[in-house]
Design a protein around this ligand. Structure first.
Ligand code: SAM
Length: 279
């Protein structure tokens, strides 16, 4: 396991994933009945941007670093959550990982299950939530958790799948995971992150999902340049299964606002919300 998210925390891909995740969780919280969230590849839950790995790459400067003054519009809620987690109001020292963002949006009746396989990152994550009765941290394989920890007793909730994409075949595993959860737990919202380096693997992923027969799938995608260089993270996507009402319109507004701030006007930059499978 070579991947460490600390190098990438707060970059454009995190901003995209977390801004849409916050919107999805707000939609779940619109009903008072309890929900649960499963975060299969959780990371450490928080990252120091002022030191160590994040400082070395500086990726966050072209991500959350360009958003911190946002006070209104489609990104305001997400940015306010990041600022609240940071506490320094403007010069970020810390960036929240997905478990911290999710935790901030739980109500007293809701729960989070988070899995992290890297021993050190798991220990950091566990320590962060040690005294939190609404959060359970597992040192287990997130792919295996998709089967072991679904469906949820609450019968509603969200599954976030955010693998590192450091191994061959992760698009296939993701497509299989989405089909598995759809089969076991039809009501779940699934939000699954994927890289866009070039188009061919993404097209194959969408085609595999269509062939699997899973219903109600939408792909939200943002790319900072034409995705033609397979060695660079040119963009990223969030595949959402069972998206809440208005996701296509409001998710699109989030992507447009992100591109406005994070794009450098490179040829071919853009965003799209594409329906992959009908309801
Ligand atoms: N979701 C996090 C966030 O948004 O803050 C970032 C997660 S990072 C992209 C992927 C994480 O998955 C890494 O921390 C890595 O150690 C962990 N990981 C890798 N393989 C795993 C597996 N099979 N099961 C669970 N975690 C795994």
């Amino acid at each position: 396991m070579n991947y460490r998210h600390a190098f990438h925390a707060g970059n454009f891909a995190d901003c995209m994933k977390h801004a849409l995740l916050a919107w999805l969780l707000r939609a779940l919280a619109a009903k008072p009945t309890p929900f649960r969230v499963l975060d299969t590849h959780a990371g450490t839950g928080g990252y120091d941007l002022s030191a160590g790995e994040a400082m070395r790459t500086g990726e966050w400067r072209r991500g959350i670093g360009r958003l911190l003054d946002v006070a209104e519009g489609p990104l305001a809620d997400y940015v306010a959550l990041v600022r609240a987690a940071d506490g320094t109001q403007g010069a970020p020292a810390a960036y929240p990982g997905s478990p911290a963002l999710i935790r901030a949006l739980l109500r007293p009746q809701d729960h989070l299950l988070a899995c992290e396989l890297h021993p050190e990152d798991h220990a950091t994550l566990r320590a962060r939530f040690r005294r939190d009765p609404q959060v359970a941290i597992h040192h287990r394989d997130g792919w295996e958790a998709l089967k072991a920890l679904t469906p949820f007793p609450e019968k509603r909730g969200l599954v976030l799948v955010d693998p590192p994409f450091e191994q061959e075949g992760e698009f296939d595993r993701l497509a299989q995971g989405i089909a598995l959860v759809s089969h076991r737990f039809r009501a779940a919202i699934q939000a699954c992150w994927y890289p866009i380096k070039h188009r061919a693997p993404v097209r194959a992923f969408h085609a595999a999902l269509q062939d699997s027969g899973v219903r109600d799938l939408v792909a939200a995608e943002l790319w900072l340049r034409e995705p033609t260089d397979p060695t660079r993270l040119n963009g990223c996507g969030l595949l959402v299964a069972n998206p809440p009402w208005k996701f296509e319109a409001e998710g699109g507004a989030i992507l447009a606002a992100l591109l406005d701030r994070l794009g450098d006007g490179e040829p071919g930059q853009g965003w799209a919300i594409t329906r992959i499978a009908e309801e």
